[in-house]
Design a protein around this ligand. Structure first.
Ligand code: GAP
Length: 448
């Protein structure tokens, strides 16, 4: 058997649409640029991705959760530097009308040429702010402008004292949040890798100045370990230190994943110093100093930030999990044929469906008990039920969506009160009592 990994994103785009993971937004109207909808399986899997991150963060004794509003006071974005600095340099080709980024388009950087038609008839570089603007209230004037947040992080900074004081945590402590962010990206693409509407999972860890380097290194290692824990292959991950630091950063490193288009940023880890808290203190006129009652110390904390896109991580999980197991057989006449088993080898916590129930035939004698077993399993797990096509085909359907276990109800089930449970990766089969099935699956998922 030969095992092939994912070679190009289009394979995944096709599978995602066919099996209900991800659909183009507003597809029947021709789609909306770089916006995507998560379907029946995708929405389940996305919740699992978020749960894995959220539990990893907030089950620690030093991190609290936050769910901040998308719309924030416009001064937040002035203080953060987004109004003045969150922009990309943009150039228009006057001949073919292509619009591209001046700072990462090779033909432009090297030869001042349009990347599409090669023309030199180009506009000046103009800075294009990536924030989406809207207006709040009935009047559409400049006084009512608000922005769709381009990152969740600012919610953490403006709520720093609210969270710290209400939870009575001492520094070092962190705030974790998951939420939608919006960026009017000039060059979105690569499926859900770079989109205009996306979800971020960010954590800001507030530390005493002077301890920031130590915590920066600690969080780098923790975040790298997180991806391996959830099954991403080590050889597909690497650190990439930033050569050019953002205006707010004292140190920055990306964790990159080897997507089909090459190693690209998955998560950013920054030492932001006290830039954000001092900016908000300055712009709001409110002190954001931390005060330790016990030691009587007062200071403005430094922040270590870990920030990953949920959609991008979803994509990394899909890419890493995809495999084709190709078995070539030769018959007596010497004719060879290939059998391909497509498997999404997702970590069981990430897989959208944990177990599928399959009656061996469509006869009521099997479908009625099979539905009962489905209901019994559904009390604890996300399950599917499938009674159409041959059992082999049905197993393959589940392999392709990453279902760890398939449960087959057969003609013996009524006599021995047992079912056959098949393991996605090993393809081994166990006979399990229906009364012990939930415990078998629960323990199997933990030790998959
Ligand atoms: N608060 C810091 C911050 O937002 P960032 O590097 O701009 O940093 C963090 O974003 C993460 O959010 C990225 O590593 C990426 O995973 C995700 N992300 C950023 N822009 C994105 C986009 N347009 N589409 C999908 N994910 C995006």
């Amino acid at each position: 058997m030969v095992v092939k990994t994912l070679q190009d994103l289009s394979t995944l785009v096709g599978l995602s649409k066919r099996r209900g993971f991800v659909f183009q937004s507003s597809e029947i109207y021709g789609g909306l640029g770089s916006c995507w909808d998560y379907g029946p399986l995708g929405s389940l899997m996305k919740l699992n991705v978020k749960r894995a991150w959220w539990n990893t963060m907030t089950r620690r004794s030093d991190i609290v959760g936050l769910d901040a509003a998308i719309l924030m006071h416009p001064m937040v974005w002035k203080a953060s530097g987004h109004v003045d600095g969150f922009s990309d340099p943009l150039v228009d080709c006057k001949d073919c009308k292509t619009r591209f980024r001046a700072d990462n388009t090779e033909s432009y950087i090297e030869h001042k040429k349009c990347p599409n038609c090669g023309s030199k008839n180009l506009s000046e570089e103009r800075n294009f702010n990536l924030m989406f603007k809207t207006t709040m209230g009935p009047l559409e004037d400049s006084a009512s402008v608000v922005y769709l947040r381009p990152e969740t992080a600012q919610g953490h900074f403006v709520n720093f004292l609210n969270c710290q004081q209400s939870s009575r945590y001492k520094i070092p402590f962190g705030i974790a949040a998951i939420g939608k962010s919006f960026r009017n990206e000039i060059t979105p693409g690569n499926f859900i890798f770079r989109t205009r509407e996306f979800e971020q999972m960010e954590m800001q860890y507030f530390v005493k100045p002077g301890t920031d380097e130590e915590f920066f290194n600690e969080w780098k290692e923790r975040r790298f370990a997180f991806y391996q824990k959830y099954g991403i292959k080590k050889e597909n991950l690497k650190f990439k230190p930033h050569e050019k630091l953002a205006h707010y950063a004292k140190a920055a490193v990306d964790i990159e994943y080897k997507f089909p288009m090459g190693f690209s940023e998955l998560e950013g880890i920054h030492n932001r110093g006290d830039f954000d808290l001092s900016q908000h203190a300055k712009f709001s006129g409110k002190s954001l100093d931390y005060f330790n009652e016990a030691t009587k110390e007062k200071f403005l904390p430094y922040v270590i930030e870990t920030a990953v896109g949920c959609d991008r991580l979803f994509l990394a999980f899909m890419c890493d999990a995809y495999r084709e197991e190709v078995t070539t057989t030769t018959d007596e006449a010497g004719k060879t044929s290939e059998d391909i088993r497509v498997v999404l080898g997702l970590h069981p916590e990430i897989a959208p469906i944990k177990v599928c129930v399959l009656p061996l035939s469509k006869k009521e004698e099997l479908t009625i008990p099979a539905m009962k077993i489905r209901d019994q399993l559904a009390e604890e797990f996300d399950v599917q039920y499938d009674e159409t096509a041959s059992i082999g085909k049905r197993y393959r359907r589940q392999d392709e969506i990453g279902t760890p276990y398939c449960v087959t109800v057969d003609f013996e089930t009524a006599n021995d009160g047992s079912v056959t449970v098949r393991h996605r990766d090993k393809m081994t089969q166990d006979r399990v009592k229906i009364t012990e099935l939930n415990a078998y699956v629960a323990s199997g998922l933990r030790n998959f």
